[in-house]
Design a protein around this ligand. Structure first.
Ligand code: ARG
Length: 645
């Protein structure tokens, strides 16, 4: 029961009758929107301007004609025409009261299932196994999980698939590092120790190869021969420092937009490349090591998912899963005329004069693009989806644009392929936040820290509230379990909400102080608002099951009640808008407005002490619905509430 849809439906016959070009009717309908200024009404129809132009009539006259043709209804008060032809719409309070009462018996709180349920594949998380899990993957996991929840709530079928980077160059680096630098003592212990040692090896090999690369490039390009003869060590140091300034540390693979590209030939880089090639060719020793490294790494990654409380993924088909298909994919692309031959026997797909994707390298190796093409083929054939969403960092925009174009040329048309991109995670100072030095354990530590801070915040707030004379339970009543539960709900909720409340296309600053603020658009604030609703029910000793089964009549006697009722009824609008553009922040924006309406209501309208028993019941219903909508909306974002704080 989307209010906006209902309002548009009232206008549709009148607009259709007037519009000279019927194809434009949806555009005219889209110009009916929530009012930007509540003083003007609840909704505003701004279609008379465009319609007037098309008809060669004054927009004001068109607006009046539209109003005159509206069917009789009990939704709207008499519309008013303002300015050059804006139609201001105000919902009848009676209608609002009845509508609010009716959503109380709806487990989905007014959100209707999608008219055309679709099948979505969501590609999310995608960490690179055995490489430090970086915060970008955290973002993909959080946003992807929210989209899974939102789309499922609307009745779509969603298949989540974690496209693990489990076959890349990092394994060559690990195998090389394992053979060269392994610290057996450290590797011998628990899985966590193993993963930490592997992370150290990864970083070490990368650094050693990078350092040699920088020195040798610098040595070739800007060594001072005289200085080198006089003091070789000092000159090499100078060359290195200078080289560092010119090239940021070289990356080991080509899929992440590494700044300087892979290191040129040097003993260490050649060493790890050979190990990667051997692995990919099926070398028994290297495969054995790969199989040995995978389980502890996956276990650590799964610990992060568990702490994040994301819905377990339906599939984790990583890059390795597609390896057997790659030769066939290249062959199929070739015979479909999608690819062409590149330099030295390589195979490429050409998108533009400067834009070419490699699908088979000169050394016969396949690429990230080849694997992704195999993935598309596999998913389309296996899941038959209507849409495939890739929740991946915006830096891969070119990769996905090429990928989607290649799939169309290959014949996979009619499936919505969408790069649901997001910005970088920055630190407080606005610099990219990097977890370069540690393994997965570093992200685990970050999440544990969030929970710790969540617990501290809860405790601090508790004592503040007690000191301010709030009605709070005795501290001894909270068991250790309850406290731990609150701490993780608050801490993990804060991390997720901070991420999701940003328009995903922008960068976002990871700042514990801001995300844990108790006032403002934060998870904590919403969780407190929820707990407040629950507290009112406890205090009034009300049996909520009975209450929900037989919702009382709603009376609108105060402007704050009206505003709150309207906002409650807008929940479907928010969910549908978030789903339409894959923008979870539209739900947090909705929640923030709801919380503001609730606090206005709370100030103006006594609930348990309302003037009459009927009014008390009516207000209790509003309170209950606020709690239920907050809980449901947070759940769509993967955030828990607690019954008391
Ligand atoms: N592992 C990749 C990375 O870290 C992300 C994978 C995204 N999904 C995909 N189908 N390419 O860059």
């Amino acid at each position: 029961m989307n209010l906006l849809t209902q309002v548009r439906a009232l206008f549709e016959p009148a607009i259709t009758a007037l519009a000279p070009d019927k194809a434009k009717v949806p555009d005219y309908l889209n110009a009916i929107k929530p009012s930007s200024n509540a003083d003007n009404g609840d909704y505003q129809a701004n279609c008379a301007m465009a319609l007037g132009k098309a008809l060669g009539q004054k927009p004001q006259d068109v607006a009046k004609a539209l109003v005159a043709h509206l069917p009789a209804n009990d939704l709207l008060e008499e519309p008013t025409v303002a300015g050059p032809g804006f139609i201001n719409l105000r919902l009848k309070s009676d209608f609002l009261a009845k509508a609010v009462q009716s959503i109380a018996t709806d487990p989905k709180l007014g959100v209707a299932p999608a008219a055309e349920p679709k099948t979505f594949v969501i590609d999310l998380s995608g960490p690179n196994v055995a490489k430090p899990l970086h915060v970008g993957h955290l973002r993909s996991t959080i946003i992807g999980d929210a989209l899974v929840r939102i789309l499922r709530f609307l009745g779509h079928t969603v298949i989540s698939d974690n496209h693990l980077g489990d076959w890349g160059t990092q394994f060559g680096m690990l195998i090389y590092g394992y053979r060269t630098f392994l610290d057996k003592k450290k590797y011998g212990g628990s899985n966590e120790d193993k993963v930490r040692e592997l992370a150290r090896l990864y970083v070490l090999v990368r650094q050693v190869a990078g350092t040699i690369d920088i020195i040798s490039r610098g040595f070739t390009h800007f060594r001072d021969e005289g200085a080198f003869q006089a003091n070789p060590v000092a000159e090499l140091t100078r060359v290195y420092v200078n080289g560092l300034k010119r090239a940021s540390a070289p990356d080991d693979d080509d899929d992440e937009g590494g700044a300087a590209g892979p290191p040129a030939s040097n003993p260490v880089a050649d060493g790890f490349r050979q190990e990667t090639a051997k692995l990919h060719e099926g070398d028994a020793e290297n495969l054995k090591l790969w199989r040995e490294f995978m389980p502890p790494c996956m276990e650590e990654i799964h610990k992060v998912y568990k702490k994040l409380e994301v819905i377990p993924f339906d599939h984790e088909h990583g890059e390795s899963f597609y390896q057997p298909m790659l030769a066939g994919v290249v062959e199929s692309l070739r015979s479909a005329g999608v690819s062409e031959e590149g330099d030295g026997g390589s195979v490429i797909i050409r998108f533009g004069p400067e834009n070419v994707a490699l699908i088979r390298k000169r050394d016969r190796a396949f690429t990230y693009t080849t694997t992704d093409l195999a993935t598309i083929k596999y998913r389309i054939e296996t899941f038959k989806p209507d849409a495939m969403l890739y929740v991946v960092d915006f830096r891969q925009a070119q990769h996905f644009a090429n990928l989607f174009e290649a799939s169309r040329r290959w014949g996979y048309e009619g499936v919505e392929l969408n790069h649901v991109k997001f910005g970088s995670v920055l630190n407080k100072d606005g610099k990219p936040l990097k977890t370069r030095e540690g393994g997965t354990t570093e992200l685990t530590t970050l999440l544990d820290r969030a929970t710790e801070l969540g617990g501290a915040l809860f405790e601090m707030t508790y004592w503040q509230r007690k000191a301010n004379g709030h009605d709070v339970p005795d501290w001894k009543e909270y068991t250790e379990d309850e406290k731990a539960n609150i701490a993780s709900a608050v801490g993990i909720g804060a991390v997720k909400y901070a991420d999701l409340s940003q328009n995903r296309t922008t960068d976002y600053k990871f700042d514990f102080a801001k995300m844990l603020a108790t006032d403002g658009n934060t998870a904590t604030y919403m969780q407190y608002a929820y707990a407040r609703c629950r507290a009112i029910f406890r205090k009034g000793d009300i049996d909520e099951a009975r209450f929900r089964a037989n919702p009382p009549a709603v009376a609108i006697t105060h402007p704050a009640e009206r505003t709150l009722a309207l906002q409650l009824l807008r929940f479907p609008e928010a969910v549908e808008a978030a789903a339409a553009d894959y923008l979870p922040h539209l739900i947090t924006a909705y929640l923030w407005d709801l919380a503001k309406c609730f606090s206005g209501f709370f100030e103006g309208c006594p609930v348990l002490k309302a003037e009459t028993p009927e009014l008390k019941e009516s207000r209790l219903l509003l309170v209950d619905l606020v709690g239920r909508v907050i809980k449901q909306a947070l759940d769509l974002l993967g955030i828990r509430v607690v019954e008391r704080m």
